[in-house]
Design a protein around this ligand. Structure first.
Ligand code: GL2
Length: 822
């Protein structure tokens, strides 16, 4: 429809009557429901569609503006997104919460009931996926045109339940009730090839070319979910790809009566986007995972080229139209794919294509853990993506020439930098491919970026120091404060002005109020009410009654040995033993709350969950303890549950071994909500402590320099056990039988600690106990505690993901952002 300005098709006014009419239209016309017979779920769907329409209108209008102005768009490539429930967040961003509530009231419908109907898309494992969603939220908020490209997994991260103390994985059926937030775009399909071989051919100009003859083609179908920004007319898009068979059936097989073979191909194709791999920070080298990675990056790049041609721009201007961020190495195959598309499909010369490619991509590293480093067997890549393997070899050959020129005769360096690991069976190193193909490489916190330059990517940093930078992570204050903690939001608005969620540095205005006893009282009341709410959820989900006035000591995150939930549990059990021996001991009431999923195949992580539940079974029912300490394992930690937990935290446990946690983002969410942190000098903790003031942070433990020194100096954990009676007592307690009939249950954990202790729990145990003692002392002075709590929130403004996104725009993507309102 050329010549129709988009403004003509947009109703701008959103009065109460419009909303009511749109809601009823959707209920009747889109869902075909008779209002009198409609269910709560129908109402939720109709409301979601109504809200989605508003966001979509903004999105389309903003897209049109971008095309007219030829702005550079940002494409965030991520194998994971964890958006959380959409409805409440959109209402907040659009400023529609109250008018929608009123409109629904008029129909006898309660908004909160509808909010509870939504299934969240669990399309990620943890921090990395959630960060991608915070970034889309902020991209929309600061006014950057952007698309988040990923996979529309039919089954996201598993649902966790706890049965007899053990984690049970259930299938995540997030699409079962229908997904009103997405729009299927049958027009935006892309074909993705796999397998086969390559062959030479000549084009008209006689130049030698290569062409890929695949053995199978799979179709990617686009599903769009609009992401609104706060107080912004920009809207980001999350475009996720679903795999479909190109042909429904192998007709020749079908005609010959071989039904099984006929459907086999279809099923195999569609399996591609079936399920998210539930491993966090562990590379397992499964072929299907590589297929997923290639599938979505191939769809995305072809889609971006299509959009480019709609703009009438040539492929060699790809990089001026798009900046692509690689969220870890999961999408790194995109470097070879863009080269293939530019050279083989669009006929660009290698040098031009390489310049475009290198100016397009940037790479964010999210972990230093060696087991997370992705590398794919050369034969696997060669079998699935034969053309890409040739391209990777070509990139490598040219790159190694550059290295030879810079470091003549340094063969070891050459071997380390090579895209191909040839130390044994040959592998393609995805981090190396990402570094070579990117214009900028960054870590996610100051310390992590520094360690990245010194360790994992040291050779690249020596070669191209100017490529390296840091962008400290951030979190969206809309979802994690305004939406999750409306009580606090009101208080913040009073002091910092109502636009604080759009300009988090405004929270500094809170500082003087930390000295005001009346304000502190209000602050405590908000926290207490959040803790009451969490206590009721805990009772509902676990049957455990907890005291909302006790100190809520919380560790919620994926379960990993490096995050050291078991160190936390050693403290819990130490306290327990102390109270048993000395019932008069001055131990303020505490509720220890754990939550998080363990990868289904991660044996020790599952034992750690079992230890938490066993500690709860013992302690919560021990009459001698009389409820002074309680232990809760909150099942199925996800975005929605996080929103109920973060506002209720008094003490935030960020106790990973220094040098292991790249950044952490839960640490930011808790501190922003007024929690004090007990933590090591790891990841973003370092910057959080700097921001909130060292007197408002409980520091303990080895630092990142001491860790390797201790390990290389012949660390013997057993010596620590022998020489520290308290430690010995608590470790022995694990296998004493007190924690359940099966004494052997925790033997593997104990053996691991006594004979390996790779994450140095025993070395940090004493320091941790001492820091916990300081926590208890401060807690017994509520005024001082509240003062520190207020200062935490006041000084956390820099951890808004808006700040991170502004950093990326300025230092990495070179795109303009909206100025902050005065
Ligand atoms: C992680 C890091 O472990 C975590 O510290 C960081 O905050 C996030 C986001 O940058 O990335 N890396 C990773 O692979 N996962 C993370 O959560 N899964």
């Amino acid at each position: 429809m050329k010549g129709i300005p988009i403004s003509d098709s947009i109703r701008t006014g959103i009065g109460a009557d419009d909303l009511r009419q749109a809601f009823l239209d959707n209920l009747v016309c889109a869902l075909g429901r008779l209002p009198a017979y409609s269910t709560r779920h129908d109402h939720y769907l109709a409301l979601a569609m109504t809200v989605r329409d508003h966001v979509m209108r903004r999105g389309v209008r903003c897209f049109e503006k971008g095309d007219n102005l030829l702005v550079r768009r940002v494409a965030y490539f991520s194998a994971e997104f964890l958006p959380g429930p959409h409805l409440g967040n959109h209402l907040l961003n659009l400023g529609l919460t109250e008018s929608i509530r009123k409109m629904l009231d008029g129909l006898g419908i309660n908004l909160d009931d509808l909010l509870a109907e939504e299934e969240e898309p669990g399309l990620g494992n943890g921090g990395l996926g959630r960060l991608a969603s915070c970034y889309l939220d902020s991209l929309a908020t600061v006014g950057v045109q952007s698309v988040g490209y990923g996979i529309r997994y039919e089954f996201g991260i598993f649902d966790q339940t706890i049965r007899d103390g053990w984690q049970i994985q259930g299938t995540d059926k997030w699409l079962h009730g229908g997904n009103p937030w997405e729009v299927h775009r049958p027009g935006a399909v892309q074909d993705v090839m796999f397998g086969g071989h390559t062959e030479p051919w000549q084009d008209e100009s006689d130049s030698p070319r290569k062409r890929w003859v695949p053995s199978i083609v799979i179709r990617g179908e686009a599903y769009d979910t609009p992401i609104s920004g706060y107080d912004s007319d920009t809207c980001a898009l999350m475009r996720l790809w679903k795999a479909e068979a190109v042909e429904s059936f192998d007709f020749s097989a079908f005609n010959h009566g071989d039904y099984d073979r006929a459907v086999e191909q279809k099923v195999a194709s569609e399996n591609l986007s079936k399920v998210l791999y539930p491993n966090d920070e562990l590379h397992r080298g499964k072929e299907l995972r590589l297929k997923q990675q290639y599938f979505f990056t191939c769809c995305a790049l072809q889609d971006m080229l299509r959009i480019l041609s709609l703009r009438g721009a040539p492929p060699e201007s790809f990089h001026s139209n798009w900046a692509v961020q690689l969220n870890d190495t999961h999408p790194a195959i995109a470097v070879a794919e863009l080269m293939r598309l530019l050279v083989d499909q669009h006929g660009l010369g290698w040098d031009v294509a390489w310049k475009v490619t290198r100016s397009t991509f940037s790479y964010t590293n999210h972990t230093l853990l060696p087991e997370a480093l992705e590398r794919w067997p050369v034969d696997m890549i060669g079998g699935l993506l034969p053309r890409h393997l040739e391209i990777i070899y070509e990139i490598n050959a040219r790159f190694l020439d550059e290295v030879r020129a810079a470091f003549p005769g340094d063969d070891e360096r050459l071997a380390r930098l090579s895209l191909i690991d040839e130390s044994g069976p040959r592998y393609v190193r995805m981090a190396n491919l990402a570094c070579v193909g990117s214009q900028t490489v960054n870590g996610v916190a100051e310390l992590h970026s520094k360690l990245l330059r010194q360790t994992v990517l040291a050779d690249f940093a020596a070669l191209w120091p100017e490529k390296f930078t840091n962008v400290t992570n951030g979190v969206t204050p809309r979802r994690f404060v305004a939406l999750a903690n409306p009580g606090l939001g009101k208080l913040l608005a009073k002091v910092a002005g109502k636009n604080w969620p759009g300009d988090l540095e405004k929270l500094h205005k809170l500082e003087p109020h930390a000295e005001d006893p009346a304000f502190r009282q209000e602050w405590r009341e908000v926290k207490l009410s959040n803790k009451r709410h969490l206590a009721s959820l805990i009772a509902e989900r676990t049957g455990i009654e907890v005291d909302p006035t006790s100190l809520f000591d919380v560790q919620v995150k994926r379960i990993h040995e490096y995050k050291r939930q078991h160190l936390n549990l050693l403290h819990v059990l130490t306290l327990y033993l102390r109270l048993k021996k000395d019932p008069k001991a001055e131990v303020p009431a505490r509720t220890f709350i754990f939550g998080g999923k363990a990868a289904p195949g991660y044996f020790l992580a599952k034992r750690i969950i079992r230890l938490a539940t066993a500690a709860g079974e013992l302690i919560n029912h021990d009459r001698d303890i009389a409820g002074r300490i309680k232990v809760v394992f909150f099942p199925d930690f996800n975005v929605r549950n996080g929103q109920s937990i973060y506002p209720a935290v008094d003490l935030s446990e960020q106790i990973s071994l220094a040098g292991m946690e790249a950044s952490g983002t839960g640490n930011m969410k808790m501190s922003l909500n007024g929690a004090l942190t007990i933590g090591t000098l790891d990841g973003a903790n370092v910057e959080i402590r700097e921001a909130v003031g060292e007197e408002n942070f409980f520091l303990f433990g080895l630092n990142a320099a001491e860790v390797p020194a201790l390990k290389h100096g012949g660390y013997r954990p057993r010596d620590r056990y022998e020489s520290d009676p308290l430690l010995r007592e608590v470790i022995d307690f694990l296998t004493s039988g007190a924690l359940g009939e099966d004494r052997d249950l925790f033997q593997p954990l104990v053996d691991n600690l006594l004979y390996h202790d790779p994450y140095l729990l025993l070395a940090d145990y004493r320091g941790y106990l001492n820091a916990q003692q300081r926590v208890s002392e401060l807690w017994m002075d509520p005024e001082a505690w509240t003062r520190a709590s207020i200062l935490n929130t006041a000084r956390m403004g820099r951890f808004s993901s808006d700040r991170s996104i502004r950093d990326y725009c300025q230092r990495v993507w070179k795109v303009n952002v909206k100025k902050l309102k005065k």
